[in-house]
Design a protein around this ligand. Sequence first.
Ligand code: SAH
Ligand code: TMP
Ligand code: ZN
Length: 407
Amino acid sequence: MAQCLICDLKVEKFIDFGQQPIANGFLTESQFNNEYFFKMEVGFCPNCKMVQLLEQPDREQMFHENYAFFSSTSDYMKEHFKNFAYSVIEKQLLAEDSLVVEIGCNDGIMIENFLNKNIPHLGVEPSKNVADIARSKGINVTSEFFDSKLALDVIEKYGKADAILSANVMCHIPYMHSIFEGIEKLLKDDGIFSFEDPYAADIVQKASFDQIYDEHTFLFSVMSVSYLANIHGLEVIDVEPQVTHGGSMRYTLAHKGRKEVSINVQNQIQKEKELGLDNIEAYNNFTRKVNIVKDDLMKLLNELKEKNKKVVAYGATSKSTTVTNFFGITPEHLEFICDTTPTKHNKFSPGAHIPVIPYEKFKDSKPDYVLLFAWNHAKEIMEKEKEYMEANGIKWIMYVPDVKVID
Ligand code: SAH
Ligand code: TMP
Ligand code: ZN
């Protein structure tokens, strides 16, 4: 029986995705025989309300010198993180004598905004290839995993932080107690820790099951983050919903009693209770919805295959690894996945082994249908492709929150 990573009590399993590969593990044909798989199951802890993977690959298997996710591929996200950075500069009155630490800064998409304002900063980024891109922009980066020990090293070298930031990283880390211990030590008395991640309420409501993959150990809610903060002498002082990654939540924490707590926190917890996120039934209901999407999408893809329609996919996202492997989508269904990320090109998608090709070739391919794996970037992508799609009568296929064909 699985034990909760936060409170050690029993976790209730609600979905089994079967054997899954490393979601960002794009590979060559010669690597097919040695591909790594793990059993991906998700559970809910009725005590601390945390939704979590029951098993996860070792961190070095996911985050390394060939990490395939480059944050700056989306212009929309660049703008989003600029706004995030500027809001923190304003809130904490950051200046040339401050310190900002970003955990998981990737290629520097957010932290470069502090560099540009001459605010002292440190990026912590264990994946060396993306850390090097950040360094090439002049950003100060250490290529290590953040934890309580690293926090002490940072304090020794740089002092304590006025702001600790993180986006789409906290939910990746199973050893949350070590992280929160580190944050508690590294944060100045009046500092803030602000982080955002895909939000459990959005995932449950939209049945966006593909937010679940090897890297995403946790699906946070305000309830579960508050529980965790409380154990470590911190408290959630504000929460702000975000539209990014199909629905995220930004949590701002401070040392207990140091800052005013916004009414947003209790209000959001109330909403979560109304959605039943404190009870396993909401998650079982999510599983039922996901199975309907699975049946509908496979029925559609099988029909299109029989009719000899050309179907391709857009965005070799980490999320798509869960979709293809859980649903049983093969190269028979999808001719290729196009993507703008050079390191994914001319490789195959994890597990399902669908060819990944450069985006530029997409326009020559004239498919009948395009399955949008990067649905979280739908607005940006659909605007960009509108003319081409319309001129050639190409249709989009969407599967969140349900299966739809869009002309
Ligand atoms: N913040 C970026 C990147 C998210 S991808 C964005 O929102 O686009 C997740 C990143 O977290 C990866 O670059 C990965 O290398 C990093 N990461 C994983 N575990 C980490 C840890 N323990 N400490 C710091 N970074 C970590
Ligand atoms: P994400 O969903 O994890 O942000 O990953 C998005 C993936 O989609 C990434 O591999 C880059 C790719 N992508 C494109 O190919 N074209 C685009 O216009 C955008 C926004 C993303
Ligand atoms: Zn628990």
